[in-house]
Design a protein around this ligand. Structure first.
Ligand SMILES: [Zn+2]
Length: 119
């Protein structure tokens, strides 16, 4: 049970990165290296604003700088990443867990791209 919880926490962080894989390339932004920022005003997020799901909730779903709503897409990708990791470990034995996660996360990125493309 503890391993599934740890896998889900890892999945939260990975899910946050998967969100950048979905959103940045179509805008011509770098996937690696660029700082996370508010999609509305470009405010660069500080460490306390980068905690998956928690920051979104604590900030009441709004940017601290411009008060614009932060799309639910961000925490949804983080939660989905956690679900993929946690559920994969719950049903797939350890060495194959990583492959199951990779497959699930790839599907998540593909679905995210479709969602973003279709609006
Ligand atoms: Zn902002």
């Amino acid at each position: 049970m503890l391993a599934v919880a740890v896998a889900a926490l890892v999945g939260l962080v990975v899910g946050s990165f998967l969100g950048t894989l979905v959103l940045r390339p179509p805008k011509g932004l770098p996937v690696v290296g660029g700082r996370s920022m508010c999609p509305a005003c470009g405010h660069q997020l500080k460490a306390g604003e980068l905690i998956p799901v928690v920051s979104w909730l604590v900030q009441r779903r709004r940017c601290r700088a411009c008060e614009q709503p932060i799309p639910v897409f961000y925490p949804a990708m983080e939660i989905a990443g956690a679900l993929v990791a946690g559920l994969s470990l719950a049903v797939v034995p350890w060495p194959f867990w990583l492959a199951a996660c990779a497959a699930g996360w790839l599907l998540l990125v593909a679905c995210g791209r479709l969602l973003v493309k279709t609006g």
